[in-house]
Write a protein that binds this ligand. Structure first.
Ligand SMILES: C[S@@+](CC[C@H](N)C(=O)[O-])C[C@H]1O[C@@H](n2cnc3c(N)ncnc32)[C@H](O)[C@@H]1O
Length: 211
């Protein structure tokens, strides 16, 4: 399957399940731990509204809401118009937020990119690292999450996901070669739900190497 075909498959799947996504209690439950870890790893902006963040794969806008609370100015980007529609109606007309499904609209140098629950859907993650390397500003921070291959719960999640949209478990050492090939270095790592090596989600931060 080409990456264009995978994007189209993901778009259709998330468009179809956008209403359900907001109602899934497990998404909220695990998401709470993931958001808490992300919040601890994101530096607060030095000046309100002057610091821009990209919520990559923003879905219905959970991370966007958290970043706004932290006083970032946020752009939420997602390939699923259905998910974006829910994000827009949940957020209302907020002056510090923009939602888009156009990659061209987010081209630029982002000091902070957060991608919660996006890597899950890629067996080969190379296209994502390549996009992030173009989007991240020099010195910027990229935060990503993925289901942990050391977690039995994550394996169950990946198995069940075959009925909706196939997700994959992974490990930092499996992701690092693809990340490093695009110039990234891992700068932080946590596991959550629970906070043990075998927690459901790995939360990682990366920076682009300076040459
Ligand atoms: C599990 S949802 C997570 C949504 C949101 N980040 C959250 O935590 O609630 C994954 C989202 O990533 C989006 N997505 C997947 N691959 C993407 C890509 N390459 N570019 C932009 N969005 C993508 C999907 O459309 C979906 O809305």
């Amino acid at each position: 399957m080409t990456i264009t075909e995978r994007y189209s498959q993901l778009r259709q799947s998330f468009d179809r399940r956008a209403d359900q996504y907001m109602r899934n209690p497990l998404t909220h439950w695990i998401g709470h731990s993931e958001l808490t870890a992300l919040k601890e790893m994101i530096p607060p902006p030095k000046k309100t509204g002057e610091y821009r963040a990209l919520d990559f794969g923003c879905g219905t806008g959970r991370v966007t809401a958290m970043l706004l609370e932290m006083k970032y100015k946020v752009t939420g980007y997602d390939i699923s118009p259905g998910m974006l529609e829910r994000a827009r109606s949940a957020m209302g007309d907020h002056p510090e937020v923009l939602f888009t499904s156009t990659l061209d609209a987010v081209e630029g140098q982002w000091p902070l990119i957060v991608a919660l629950g996006v890597l899950d859907y890629y067996k080969d993650t190379t296209p994502l690292w390549s996009e992030w390397s173009r989007l991240l500003a020099p010195g910027g921070i990229l935060l990503v999450t993925a289901p942990n291959a050391r977690s039995p719960l994550a394996w169950i999640y990946a198995w069940i996901s075959r009925f909706t949209c196939q997700a994959h478990v992974t490990a930092p050492e499996w992701l690092n070669p693809a990340a490093e090939a695009q110039g990234f270095s891992m700068t932080g790592l946590r596991t959550v739900f629970p906070r043990y090596r075998w927690g459901h989600t790995i939360v990682m931060s990366f920076r682009l190497n300076t040459s």
